[in-house]
Design a protein around this ligand. Structure first.
Ligand SMILES: C[S@@+](CC[C@H](N)C(=O)[O-])C[C@H]1O[C@@H](n2cnc3c(N)ncnc32)[C@H](O)[C@@H]1O
Length: 252
């Protein structure tokens, strides 16, 4: 069983560093314009997508995994909000160019092909649109062995530093790139669930009794704890310029 299989079976609601607490704080400090057309990539079980829809935004939520999307649809149904769901890969979004004001991602891009995904986020944003992408980042040099262990467990290729993210955003075609609020992992990893319990979490039958799942969650916490000095999380913000290449080629 891979890490993402365990997350899907547990139906984890805010499976990103800082959890729903960090999500709400981001929206408080960086409010989104009312009525935005938002694409949330890697929506998982749809907690953020449904929250945004409830705020009155027009939300499309995409994930690669049908099991995640099934739980996200259930959540939207129970919350009585309208979200358009799509299955697809962040490296080849099945969506029109220039069609969103905002792209949101929370611990997603590192699981895919980072350069292709960032270029896709830029393509689907309208000129002047903004990407907010919260990911695990390398805060202090990560020894190769630790980098290898983390990549092997989580199933991604390599973690980036904030500077590497900024360069990757420019290479992907964004006109402006910045890093917002780099933070360490919370001391108590489960604290978010105490402050913001997820009442619509759907856990697969038998998942809590499955030793593989316990092993995966324990290993997750162990890897984070062992690498606290090196790792953190941050929101990468990319603003699509008015005259980027993708909008020029659309116009041709
Ligand atoms: C760590 S979870 C985060 C889920 C959600 N953003 C959250 O915070 O709860 C990563 C999510 O990204 C999705 N994902 C991974 N690789 C993907 C890809 N290449 N394209 C689209 N979604 C992907 C996974 O299925 C999973 O739902």
């Amino acid at each position: 069983m891979e890490y993402l299989d365990a997350l899907a079976r547990l139906g984890a609601g805010s499976a990103h560093p800082g959890g729903f607490t960090a999500t709400l704080e981001q929206f408080r400090q960086l409010p989104l314009p009312p009525g935005s057309r938002i694409l949330e990539v890697g929506c998982g079980t749809g907690r953020t997508a449904c929250y945004l829809a409830k705020q009155g935004h027009k939300v499309t939520a995409l994930d690669l995994r049908p099991d995640m999307l099934q739980k996200a649809r259930y959540r939207a149904d129970k919350e009585g909000v309208e979200v358009t769901f799509a299955q697809g890969d962040i490296a080849a979004l099945p969506l029109d160019s220039n069609s969103f004001d905002i792209v949101m991602a929370e611990s997603v891009t590192i699981f895919g092909n980072i350069p292709l995904a960032l270029a896709e986020y830029c393509r689907v944003l309208r000129p002047g649109g903004t990407l907010y992408d919260r990911e695990v980042v390398v805060m202090r040099e990560l020894p190769d062995e630790e980098q290898r262990q983390l990549a092997g467990f989580f199933g991604y290729s390599r973690l980036l530093t904030c500077d590497e993210w900024v360069s990757a955003l420019y290479r992907a075609g964004f006109g402006q790139a910045q890093i917002w609020n780099p933070s360490p992992f919370p001391e108590a990893l489960g604290e978010d669930l105490i402050h913001h319990p997820d009442e619509l979490q759907v856990v697969d039958r038998g998942a809590f009794l499955d030793p593989d799942i316990w092993q995966k969650t324990a290993r997750h916490d162990e890897l984070i704890d062992n690498n606290r000095e090196h790792l953190g999380h941050a929101v990468m913000i990319g603003r699509k310029g008015p005259d980027d290449r993708s909008s020029e080629s659309e116009a041709e």
